[in-house]
Design a protein around this ligand. Sequence first.
Ligand code: HEM
Length: 504
Amino acid sequence: DHDYFKKINVPFDRPLPLVGNLLGIVLQKESIVEITTRNYYKYKDYKVYGFFNFLQPSFMITDPELIKKITIKDFDHFLNHIEAFEIDRLFSRTVFAMRDKKWRDMRTTLSPIFTSSKMKIMFGLLGEQSNDFVKFMHEQVESGKNLNVEVAEIFSRYTADAISTAALGFKGESVRNEKCEAYTILKLMQNNFNGSLGALKFLLAFTLPKVYKFFDIQLVGKEVNDFFKRIVIDEINLREKKNFYRPDMIQLLLQARKGQLKNEEINENDLSNFSAHTEFDVSLKNEKMSHFEDLDWIAQGFVMFGAGFDTSTDLLQIICYELSFNKNIQNDLIAEIDKIDAVETISYETLHKMKFLDMVVSETLRKWPPAGQLDRCCNKEYKLDLENGKSVIIEKGKNVFLPVYQIHHDPDYYTEPEKFNPYRFSDENKENLVPGTFLPFGIGPRACLASRFALMSVKLILVKILNDFKIEPCEKTPAKLTYQANINFKFNEKIFLNFIPRSK
Ligand code: HEM
């Protein structure tokens, strides 16, 4: 219905048949960043505009106040992600794709796993893994290899190990052995989602969901399914039988499954963790908890890997990229690190007291948000109040998108937005940030479940690398980064950087 937005007085661009307003994506000519940026500025004064996500009329909400309203205050109208995420039997059971009461119950069950008190327990496991990574870098240098490397490649192996050890209950070995099982599975998963066949399946799920369902197409392969069954269910059973304890997420999942976990926060008031998300209580009081099956728990193991792998790797590589070009900032960060005695055994508190580190990470997440767009599906009709008494009705079932990347680059909120400037997040300046304009981990009760974990693991490895190495651009370092012409927020360019041992 091409007149959909005209009838409800919402500005929009005329769509084309089938592809809607996403011709540039289908022809692989434009990235989602380019398409959204154009309309963001064109329609910014209206606070909301319409576009056709293939056949579906959808809303883009550009105003931070409205974004806060729908994601926090009136959250119960926009509880879920869009339905296209129910694209696979395993994936649809992850807390990311679950809907309504099931989601509330699963989120309530899992959230104690990611509180600061539990992060502190997991910190020890990450310490070992990160020391091992730095040792591996030194070994490379000692064996005469230079460290002129493609950073996503080595960092993805570190991230795999960090998630393996902390989330999945076994010590990772991806850094030293890229043929190991966990890394192979991760690569398969990446391919299931981002490969050309995966992209085609997503496209079909968006454009012709009935056809997708009819042919019972799945996204996740059998090897991946079997792997997670083994590491989650078999491992939980084994631990119960043998009374074996390891301070990782599998242990917490085991307790969470029995409803034995409590929400304990440690006092974080004097810690610097600006981007971390604060959990909301989404439980329905006086209602019985949903029953979850083995497959639901397997899916949560899967999502820890799936949601954390690319995002954390991207963040890590892009911080290093920015630091390589911004020498002064890198030196200031190194100066902060050099104030710490024994970086190898740095504590959770000390890491989270590093103010400049926190500023650098926040600024990277602003300039290069790994998830540059958020989505919600309206599950209860909603009256979106605009100014001057005007309003728009969003019907049940319609999708709403939030332009994170564009807000993070809007000069109204961030002066000289293309400049990498961590001082935007200094104690004085962060007071002046406009609420609702910093969204790297999403916003509201549906935001990232594991922001604390992601921030902790990225900060830790960064501190350990910079304690021993300087990061410099090399011949193959791209001068500029451009986004791929699809919806994935991935770069066309591979980032190569040079790690040079520091003489101390
Ligand atoms: C730098 C790394 C990461 C970034 C930038 C990131 C970002 C995000 C974003 C933007 C969302 C959607 C939020 C929304 O719609 O409001 C999300 C959801 C989620 N993330 Fe992360 N994430 C990261 C790392 C991780 C890690 C390491 C894990 C797991 C170990 C994880 C688990 C999840 C889960 C389970 C959800 C779905 C939550 C729900 O729907 O209830 N993420 N993340």
